[in-house]
Design a protein. Structure first.
Length: 149
């Protein structure tokens, strides 16, 4: 793809083309974050534990996953590993969210297959920047191929 074409494709990207799967067990965090994402135009689907998160990654085919790492049933570390081990879902970018900026959590998240990492409480502008960057990276070729037109 030429540079000119890439720029054209990036300009054609619109948040409402993208579905985000938010996997978060804390109801307050889930409500707040999903409302903010929807206000930015994203479609948001929700899961409340690691196991249903994996199922929804398959059934709902989101463009990106926001994964709380501290989850019931199956934690975010294991859920990320399984999503990235599954041919059907391994292309979906995952941003790991952990409650504290523990040194080593970023490395652990990358090891589990996550594409990026952020800490809670979420700083919205920073998180939106990471979401946009990953969506551009993973979808630019699909947009160019006309999948979204
Ligand atoms: Mn949690």
């Amino acid at each position: 793809m030429t540079t000119e074409n890439s720029i054209r494709v990036l300009k054609a990207m619109d948040n409402n083309m993208f579905k985000i799967l938010l996997i978060e067990d804390n109801e307050m965090n889930r409500d707040m974050l999903s409302r903010r994402l929807m206000r930015k135009g994203y479609e948001v689907v929700l899961a409340v534990d690691g196991e249903s998160g994996i199922e929804m990654a398959r059934s709902d085919a989101p463009h990106l996953i926001l994964m709380d790492m501290s989850l019931p049933v199956l934690d975010g570390w294991e859920a990320s590993r399984r999503i990235k081990a599954d041919l059907e879902t391994q292309h979906i970018p995952i941003i790991a969210l952990t409650a504290h900026a523990m040194s080593g959590d970023r490395e652990k998240a990358i090891e589990a297959g996550c594409d990026d990492y952020d800490t809670k409480p979420v700083e919205m502008e920073r998180l939106l920047g990471k979401i946009t960057a990953l969506l551009e990276l993973s979808n630019i070729s699909r947009i160019a191929e006309g999948e979204f037109t």
